[in-house]
Write a protein that binds this ligand. Structure first.
Ligand code: PGA
Length: 259
């Protein structure tokens, strides 16, 4: 673990217009300049319409934060009204793509097949992907979460070559913990991290980073970082510079101690 770096991603979802997004990015820049998080790779995933403005601020103020897309279409171009392609986003400086966030799967009918096709399209374009998986409350209460997440991982990753698999990071996000204020417990994260690491090792992805997402804040971040995950996907707490940077600090402090 000692050479590893953590990864923390702020998913802004459908929040912040471009003026608000610029403001938040500048505030993050000020806080990070004051006290950098040396062991943490940081990404933000703003709404598409904010990307250009956020990219300009990151570049002009040399803020060490990368750009991630919340979603992408698996086709290259053409008659897909309302959709956005990988090349359009990479042109704006995006180098990492969330694939299969549970809100896309549940509210916008993104099936396992489409998740698999999107993941393949991203890695074929030599870009990085964060594959999101996780069970809902019903599956959890039936005790089938391990199997469910294993199936989600295998169905999406199976078609990828070994080199393509290196571009994939996996995020475990139980639906019952997203936006609910009830994060998974230490034990729940530890148990799933173990199950998922076994699946990833069968898929020749033992070196990949594993993230957890679901009601992360600065307090539970320092608890959960010790439970077999390498970082977090953060929703609500990434919308304020102070709360997001507090999470980065908490993770950074844990990694600094391990060196
Ligand atoms: P949350 O969202 O931190 O607001 O629970 C996490 C996510 O959906 O990535």
């Amino acid at each position: 673990m000692s050479e590893r770096r953590a990864l923390v991603v702020g998913n802004w979802k459908m929040n912040l217009d471009f003026v608000e997004a610029v403001h938040l990015t500048q505030q993050m820049g000020v806080l990070l300049r004051h006290e950098p998080a040396g062991y943490v790779d940081v990404l933000v995933a703003p709404p598409f319409v904010d990307l250009r403005s956020v990219a300009s601020v990151l570049e002009s103020e040399r803020i060490p934060v990368g750009l991630c897309a919340q979603h992408v279409n698996d086709h290259e171009s053409g008659a897909h009204t309302g959709e956005t392609s990988i090349s359009m986003l990479t042109r704006l400086g995006v180098a990492t793509f969330l694939v299969g966030h549970s809100e896309r799967r549940t509210h916008y009918g993104m099936s396992d097949d489409v998740v698999g096709a999107t993941l393949l399209a991203v890695v074929r374009a030599a870009q990085r992907a964060i594959l999101c998986v996780g069970e809902d409350l019903e599956v959890r209460e039936a005790g089938e979460h391990g199997e469910f997440v294993t199936d989600q991982l295998e169905s999406a990753i199976r078609a990828l070559s070994p080199a393509q698999r290196e571009l994939v990071t996996v995020a475990y996000e139980p639906l019952w913990a997203i936006g609910t204020g009830r994060s998974a417990t230490d034990e729940e994260v530890r148990e799933m991290a173990q199950v998922m690491r076994e699946v990833l090792s069968r898929l020749d992805m033992s070196d990949g980073r594993l993230l957890y997402g679901g009601s992360i804040n600065a307090e539970n971040a320092s608890e959960l970082i010790g439970q077999g995950v390498d970082g977090f996907l953060v929703g609500g707490a990434s919308l304020k510079a102070e709360s997001f940077v507090a999470i980065l600090r908490a993770v950074d402090d844990c990694y600094a101690e391990l060196r």
